[in-house]
Write a protein that binds this ligand. Structure first.
Ligand code: 6R9
Length: 646
């Protein structure tokens, strides 16, 4: 049996102590299957509604869904005020930690005051219900306050990741028609202040909808100032009243737009609305992580500029009255133990992060986490890409101390909340598989004609019933919404764009985007499978695999690998060893045509490997657009390593 299959064969039953007191037990699946809409209605009852809904779901005009029809609520009230009213004002909402080591502790009572002041400021600036507000900020508490202030007055926030270029910001401002930009002078990254305001100035100069720019002072860098347009947050927000009455909005009132890259050049503005979204993010946060608001300390390590930050730093945790960690900087500043230091300091009980981070920690070595007391941790989570069984095991052992179950959560910007994931007190875990559709979610693996597949046959992942946190459309482009997601198998089946297979137990394995599925001599091979195999080799820390066009086989497998710190690069000998390893592990058909040992891999700012660029290299093409890379010099590093012929 191959190494990775051996690992994949291992099971990790739910820890008994956890099962005994878990928020949800195994009966939840049956309950949801018997009465799906009743199940979601119960989940919605966890929120405070100003007016109860008349109908749980209106699916009379698919794929345009309406959830909790006729219901009214205020999202910010649900995230903040109601907890203060219930006597929890002194509970910490966020332990915030700046990269330089400055800290802020924000209670629910303080958050309520801050959100009310910011809401009053937005009103003073003429922002109205339904207006779009761009937020372009570092990971500072004002980013959360700004989002909630928008939600409070019914304005639609549109957060753009602070690492994006002014181009990206400008196109998103134009597409959404934002009237206000909330930003800061800058933030701290890798030990130095990094400016944001210049990108805003450039972007706003090229758009015509923005009336004002509201600027938080964070780094105290010098900033250019446009009189009349630019305003300091501390001038405008600080003097406002802490009283603001939250109006209840329709359950389908737009809450936010989040742009996500698609296959074409223009990003898609994914629209999320209020009642259904908050229902599913709150319920999933509570169920997937077994969140106990009185005792847990929850940490999602994502940036607020991604959907993971929206759903599991802001809306889910706050709706559940969680105490969360918010960290401004990078894992290696000022040292590689920074995260573990934070876990120890705040006694974090639940950590939610991405496989790419785990693999980076693997590369740095297990002696780093070993120096810290991580015994407070009890549940771990993973999101963003398939987690290789090796990374899973490393996470389980070296961060989770062998005792914490790992929730491998599959979902997307479009789905809004967890869709396929184990549950901590229920599921017997299989490293590398996201396993089970969430209660109340219907997922299948199908072939090109839409026929359901099982028995480990690779196919496409589809969602066959609407769900509360689903996207409602692409902003301003209903046709693109229908074409992209609801056309391939008819307008009632959501096409996720991910390859998947279902094993004999009915567990789902995600295999990467379908454009990452290679076709070698007519065989479908997932890039993820080959990557997992390479990472299972003792010398390899990280691997990225692409299918490069090949005159004989259709596509040939080209792998880029980063070696572990202690592994020696023996050149050709090592490459041959790795090729043989994969051939033995998966089958000769999966033997990489070429393997290149590199120092870094090109990644987007959300940590996804940019296989498109690697494919360019593998096929000897001019490099495509590198603007969304964290570090575009990575590509030069890789090219320098190539044989002279390429
Ligand atoms: C939440 C988020 C969505 C895409 C998705 C899939 C990949 C996310 C995953 C996973 C395997 C997981 N993905 N979680 N693949 N296992 N647990 O990441 O949203 O940035 O929109 O990306 O990420 O390919 O389609 P988003």
């Amino acid at each position: 049996m191959s190494e990775s299959t051996e690992l994949e064969g291992r099971r990790f039953p739910a820890p008994e102590e956890l099962t005994a007191q878990a928020n949800v037990g195994p009966d939840v699946y049956e309950r949801a299957a018997q009465d799906r809409l009743g199940f979601w209605a119960e989940a919605a009852d966890r929120l405070t509604w100003a007016q109860k809904w008349d109908e749980v779901l209106d699916w009379s005009n698919p794929p345009f869904a309406k959830w909790f029809v006729g219901g009214k609520l205020n999202v910010a009230y649900n995230c903040v005020d109601r907890h203060v009213e219930a006597g929890h004002g002194e509970q910490v909402a966020y332990h915030w930690e700046g990269e330089p080591g400055d800290t802020r502790t924000i209670t629910y009572a303080q958050l309520k005051d801050d959100v009310c002041k910011a809401a009053n400021a937005l009103v003073e600036l003429g922002v109205q219900t339904g207006d779009r507000v761009a937020i372009y900020m570092p990971m500072i508490p004002e980013a959360v306050v700004a989002m909630l202030a928008c939600a409070r007055i019914g304005a639609v926030h549109m957060v753009v990741f602070g690492g994006f270029s002014s181009d990206a910001l400008a196109s998103r401002i134009t597409d959404s028609g934002a009237v206000l930009v909330i930003t800061s002078d800058g933030g701290y990254r890798r030990g130095a202040p990094s400016a944001l305001k210049p990108a805003v100035d450039e972007a706003v100069g090229r758009t015509d909808s923005v009336r004002n720019v509201l600027v938080v002072r964070r780094t105290e860098q010098d900033v250019a100032w446009s009189e009349g347009r630019d305003l300091w947050w501390h001038d405008v927000v600080d003097r406002q009243s802490t009283e603001h009455t939250a109006e209840a909005f329709d359950a389908e009132h737009p809450l936010y737009i989040m742009y996500t890259s698609g296959t074409t050049a223009s990003p898609k503005g994914i629209l999320h609305t209020s009642g259904g979204y908050l229902t599913q993010v709150a319920y999933s946060h509570w169920a997937t992580f077994d969140l106990k608001p009185d005792t847990d300390v929850f940490w999602t390590s994502a940036d607020i500029g991604w959907v993971t930050g929206h759903s599991y730093i802001v809306y889910g945790p706050l709706a559940n009255r969680a105490t969360s960690i918010m960290y401004e900087g990078t894992p290696e500043t000022p040292h590689r133990g920074r995260w573990f230091e934070l876990i120890e300091k705040y006694k974090v009980t639940i950590l939610y992060t991405a496989p790419t981070v785990i693999r980076t920690f693997m590369k740095w070595g297990e002696d780093i986490p070993a120096k810290f007391d991580l015994s407070s941790l009890r549940v771990l989570g993973s999101v963003g890409e398939p987690i290789n069984p090796e990374a899973w095991l490393w996470y389980h052992e070296h961060i989770g101390g062998g005792r914490c179950p790992i929730m491998d959560t599959w979902w997307q910007t479009e789905t809004g909340a967890h869709m396929i994931t184990p549950l901590p007190g229920v599921t017997s875990l299989k490293p590398g598989s996201a396993q089970t559709p969430f209660p109340g979610i219907a997922a299948k693996v199908v072939d090109d004609e839409g026929n359901e597949l099982g028995d480990d046959t690779t196919g496409l992942l589809v969602l066959t019933e609407p769900w509360p946190a689903m996207l409602r459309t692409i902003w301003g482009d209903d046709n693109r919404y229908v074409d992209t997601y609801w056309s391939r198998f008819g307008k009632e089946v959501y096409f996720a764009g991910d390859g998947a297979k279902k094993d004999a137990d009915g567990d789902i394995w995600l295999l990467g985007r379908v454009d990452d599925v290679m076709n070698v001599s007519g065989h479908r091979i997932s890039t993820t499978e080959v990557e997992s195999s390479l990472v299972a080799h003792p010398t390899v820390a990280e691997a990225a695999v692409v299918g490069a066009s090949d005159p004989t086989t259709g596509q040939g497998i080209v792998a880029f690998v980063i070696l572990r710190g202690n592994a020696e690069d023996s050149g050709d000998e090592l490459v041959q060893q790795l090729r043989t390893h994969v051939a033995k592990d998966i089958g000769p058909i999966a033997k990489p045509r070429q393997i290149m040992v590199v120092q870094e891999l090109p990644k987007t700012r959300s940590g996804k490997i940019m296989r498109r660029l690697l494919r360019d290299i593998a096929e000897n093409r001019e490099l495509g657009d590198v603007t969304t890379l964290t570090d575009s010099s990575v590509m030069n590093l890789i090219k320098d390593k190539l044989p002279a012929s390429s």
